[in-house]
Design a protein around this ligand. Structure first.
Ligand SMILES: Cc1ncc(COP(=O)(O)O)c(C=O)c1O
Length: 497
């Protein structure tokens, strides 16, 4: 594998087996190598973006099926954490969530055998499948945004609002009966339907064409009216916005655009509950895995104990078990930006190497990074691209600009993956090695682990591995953002079909 510098502000990592998908005429200042297969060419290569390609995969994945594209920014900007993603904002979000019926931190699972197999130090997976019984993390964002919207209408103090306040007769009298609307690839709509119902209000949820029946039914079963639109995800959002405006519904969208930013900020703030839990769990894990009777407590242990005591309300203190790496998958980028942006605010300059993972047909963050002009860009030149991927939650062609601004300043690398990579991750987590626990992880939840597997296992990616500083000392965190939200496909993948 070779690293090629572009004339622009990015480096592209290119497998030395093919350059069939290099966009001719847009590669000023780029060296390339020839004689490559066209097999893994990507349709949507953008200027300044270079495709990596074919590699040999052990364990039954054949060459050409799992090509990766990677972009590594040469320099990052200085990060200034937006107020809605600070450590304090995260404490407020978790404070609210912990008052909701059924709240429990989702488990952080350690995969020791997998770490050994892949030659890395530690692998931790935050398993979001049990979040509020919704099989995905998304209820965190929808519920927090709905709570804040009700607070505004009912004149409640949003910073310390509790579930009981929101369902009180007084709040209901002031806010009235509201209808919350959203467009969704599935999980966000489920979260909005659940939260609206829980808080005594109504919801209408728009889903794109081709949405799995099971996903639409799951939303309906939570009390929402479901509208199946004839469009892809991005156009379904526009469809929903128009209908919400004409019907006076409160739009709870998990992406932002000009003139619509407040609610997406609350949605992202809701996701930061993950960071609060994660830091606490890493601290406990570090304290527990310390030697039984050390002669004197190490500095690390002292810090772990201090953190466990104070968890949630300090800033700028490095976590005791600081991960060296975090892999975060992106649709519109809200989850990745919320977790990375908040984590960076909590730990300061100790924040980990971060890899943003996307489906190759919907890699809007990677395209934006490759353009290197600091702006968010659509994954497609004509804005009507084909978003087909089994990673339904990540099938978004247009970035959330609020999320992009955070990732632009913090993310170390962007990698676009085929569905095969996600399938590999689902299998690795669902059928674990040795004594590792089973993690049921769906298409959008497992792609990061699939990517790590491939980067560590395939000799073609040794350069990328080095570039990302993945080695036996790496402590890597993943967020498995969903369980088997499409059970039919989950079974198919686990059966190796
Ligand atoms: C399971 C799952 N993971 C990840 C994401 C990505 O989140 P975002 O769109 O905020 O990037 C989604 C989005 O719906 C999702 O459903």
């Amino acid at each position: 594998m070779d690293i090629f510098k572009t004339g622009a502000d990015v480096q592209a990592v290119i497998s030395n087996t093919q350059n069939g998908n290099l966009k001719q005429g847009s590669n000023d200042g780029v060296e390339s190598n020839a004689g490559c297969s066209q097999e893994a060419a990507h349709q949507h290569t953008q200027p300044g973006l270079f495709a990596a390609g074919v590699f040999g995969m052990p364990h039954g994945v054949s060459q050409g099926e799992t090509g990766l594209r990677a972009v590594i920014p040469k320099a990052l900007r200085e990060y200034e954490c937006p107020p809605f993603l600070t450590c304090q904002a995260s404490a407020a979000s978790r404070g609210f969530h912990s008052t909701l019926p059924g709240y429990r931190p989702t488990p952080l699972v350690k995969l020791k055998s997998l770490a050994r197999e892949l030659g890395v130090g530690e692998i931790h997976v935050k398993d979001e499948s049990s979040r509020f019984g919704l099989n995905a993390f998304k209820g965190l964002g929808g519920s927090y945004a709905i709570a804040r919207a009700i607070c505004e209408k009912a004149g409640l103090d949003a910073d310390c609002v509790r579930y009981e306040d929101l369902i009180s007769e007084e709040a209901r009298g002031r806010a009235g009966l509201l209808t919350f609307a959203t467009a969704t690839a599935g999980n966000h709509g489920k979260g909005v339907a659940w939260a609206a119902g829980l808080l005594g209000h109504k919801s209408v949820v728009y889903v794109p064409r081709g949405t799995a029946d099971s996903r639409a039914k799951a939303i309906e079963s939570l009390g929402a009216r479901v509208v199946v639109s004839p469009f892809n995800y991005d156009d379904t959002v526009r469809h929903c916005v128009r209908d919400a405006q004409s019907n006076g519904w409160v739009l709870i969208q998990d992406t932002a655009w000009e003139g619509y930013t407040q609610i997406p900020k609350w949605v992202m703030q809701g996701y930061t509950t993950i960071v609060s839990e994660l830091r606490e769990q890493l601290a406990v894990e570090a304290a527990m895995s310390a030697p039984a009777q050390p002669p004197t407590p190490t500095q690390k242990q002292v810090r772990a104990e201090a953190y466990v005591q104070e968890a949630g309300d300090e800033t700028g203190v490095p976590g005791p078990q600081s991960p060296t790496h975090i892999f975060l998958q992106a649709g519109v980028g809200g989850m990745a930006a919320a977790v990375l942006g908040c984590y960076a605010d909590c730990v300061g300059k100790d924040y980990p190497v971060s890899v943003i993972v996307e489906p190759d047909r919907a890699a809007c963050m990677l395209v934006s990074a490759a353009r290197a002009d600091g702006k968010a860009h659509s994954a497609f030149e004509d804005e009507r691209g084909d978003l087909r991927t089994m990673m339904a939650g990540l099938a978004c062609g247009e970035p959330n600009p609020l999320a992009w601004e955070v990732l632009r300043d913090l993310a170390s690398a962007y990698i676009a993956c085929s569905d095969k990579v996600s399938a590999r991750g689902m299998q690795v987590l669902g059928s674990p090695l040795g004594d590792d626990p089973v993690v049921v992880s769906g298409e959008s939840g497992a792609v990061g682990i699939g990517l790590l597997w491939i980067i560590c296992k395939s000799p073609w990616y040794s350069g990328l591995r080095r570039k990302l500083q993945l080695n036996e000392n790496s402590v890597i965190v993943f967020v498995s953002t969903e369980g088997d939200t499409d059970p039919v496909n989950y079974r198919r993948i686990m059966d190796g079909e």
